[in-house]
Write a protein that binds this ligand. Structure first.
Ligand code: BV8
Length: 222
């Protein structure tokens, strides 16, 4: 299965494409979540991520996250791939979560790519090893998906019997391609989203409901 920002919406985390609140409402996340934006104005990008980190740190997993953690013990095999960077699946008890787009709480050296411990209060932290700028450990637009996450996710999509696409607009690739790979490999594919997405015609089933309602109902029915 693949989850997107919609599964965290009921935890109070704004979805990626919803208008951002307050100061950030004049910025387009698509513009900020890029290496160019970071190189152009690292202080601005760090202010955005720190605002999101605080917002996510105060959020709690919702019944949708909890239901997916429970679902893992009710089926023979479950692979959870998330586009989200908020750690809410892990905090709900899900194990072996594949973070397709990284994690907002990680700090990485911009040059070496390694995870670093650095001065979290500096306006732009620097790598203790090489002195380069440090960036949040997420995957930006134009950047490759971590190879392990990419390979594991597409292998699971190839092998699964059922693919659930939950709370994603299916606009961002290669993540959105997972459902297509599963379908082509013969899996049944279902979408859980209050709003139809661009891939809706491809899905065998569409549950037009919130993840926080639909997923507990599915677990209850099993
Ligand atoms: C790459 C981390 C190549 C940062 C994010 C074709 C193939 C490959 C690439 C491309 C391609 N076409 C275009 C591209 C380039 C690009 C892309 O996809 N662009 C799009 C916009 C056209 N892709 C990339 O750049 C990717 N990299 O391809 O690299 C490469 C290869 C080798 C070497 C070098 C390069 C990298 C993309 C990763 C970008 N990073 N996030 C951060 O978070 O700051 S993506 C970002 O969008 C978030 O991760 C988010 O999760 C993701 C997807 O958005 P959604 O999760 O779907 O959120 P959204 O707001 O859109 O929708 C929410 C949905 O929830 C809605 O449908 C709503 O109805 C629903 N909802 C609301 N409430 C609920 C709900 N559902 C259920 N319950 C509710 N209660």
């Amino acid at each position: 299965m693949l989850t997107g920002a919609g599964i965290s919406a009921e935890s109070g985390v704004p979805t990626f494409r919803e208008a951002q609140s307050g100061l950030w409402s004049k910025y387009d996340p698509m513009e900020l979540a890029t290496p160019d934006a970071f190189l152009r104005d690292p202080e601005l990008v760090w202010r955005w991520y720190r605002w999101r980190r605080e917002l996510v740190a105060e959020a709690n997993p919702n019944p949708g996250h909890v239901a997916l953690a429970e679902l893992a013990s009710l089926v023979p095999r479950l692979t959870l791939v998330t586009q989200n960077v908020d750690s809410l699946h892990q905090r709900a008890g899900s194990k072996d979560v594949i973070e397709f787009h990284g994690n907002i709480f990680e700090d990485r050296c911009f040059v070496e790519g390694c995870v670093v411990d650095c001065d979290a209060e500096a306006s732009v932290p620097v790598c203790p090893g090489c002195g380069s700028k440090v960036r949040p450990g997420v995957v930006w637009f134009g950047e490759a998906i971590p190879e392990h996450a990419l390979n594991q996710s597409f292998a699971a999509a190839q092998e699964c019997d059922m693919f659930l696409s939950i709370g994603t607009s299916s606009l961002v690739y290669p993540a959105a391609g997972l459902a297509e790979v599963a379908k082509d490999a013969g899996a049944s594919v279902a979408e859980i989203n209050p709003n139809p997405t661009g891939l809706a015609s491809m899905f065998d089933y569409a549950i037009a409901d919130k993840a926080g309602s639909a997923l507990p109902a599915i677990v209850e029915a099993l």
